[in-house]
Design a protein around this ligand. Structure first.
Ligand code: FES
Length: 154
């Protein structure tokens, strides 16, 4: 057992998956950890969506309406066209490229953007002090409704 953690400064980039793990018109959840400023870590849950033109975009996995994970219920993030991020709770839709909600209960609001870029074949995020924990970070692309109980309201 070890309580050692390895943190990264915000200027560093952090590779979270290979580019080809997310096809154009698809999205994937990642359950990461960020430094809490007090020597510990707190959950950093994001979605990485790949637009049909191949560009990557990332947002905190929280709907502006009620704060739930966007993939609650269905486990998926995109609408049937693969062109919009869709909240599984009440169906608000968001532009993949901007996070802008053009339809639904939180119309006019934005998803919280995370800086993401493609580097040397990997999808990388920057601007967040990530903490690597033991056991290693895991992909959380199979969330389901039961995970709702882990969300703290407020
Ligand atoms: S919680 Fe997302 S639209 Fe209501």
């Amino acid at each position: 057992m070890s309580d050692t953690t390895e943190s990264q400064t915000p200027d560093e980039v952090f590779a979270i998956c290979a580019m080809d793990e997310i096809a154009p018109g698809a999205a994937k959840a990642f359950d990461l950890a960020e430094a809490d400023g007090e020597g510990g870590a707190k959950p950093f849950r994001i979605v990485v969506a790949r637009a049909k033109d191949g560009q990557f975009f990332s947002y905190r996995n929280a709907c502006p309406h009620q704060g739930v994970w966007l993939n609650i219920g269905s486990g998926g993030f995109l609408d049937e066209t693969g062109a919009l991020i869709k909240c599984g709770r009440h169906g608000a839709t968001f532009a993949i490229e901007t996070g802008y909600c053009s339809s639904g209960a939180c119309e006019g609001a934005f998803l919280q953007k995370v800086d993401v870029e493609a580097l040397e074949g990997d999808v990388c995020i920057r601007g967040v002090t990530l903490v690597e924990e033991d056991p290693p970070l895991r992909h959380a692309d199979d969330m389901d409704e039961t995970m709702e109980i882990m969300i703290h309201p407020g």
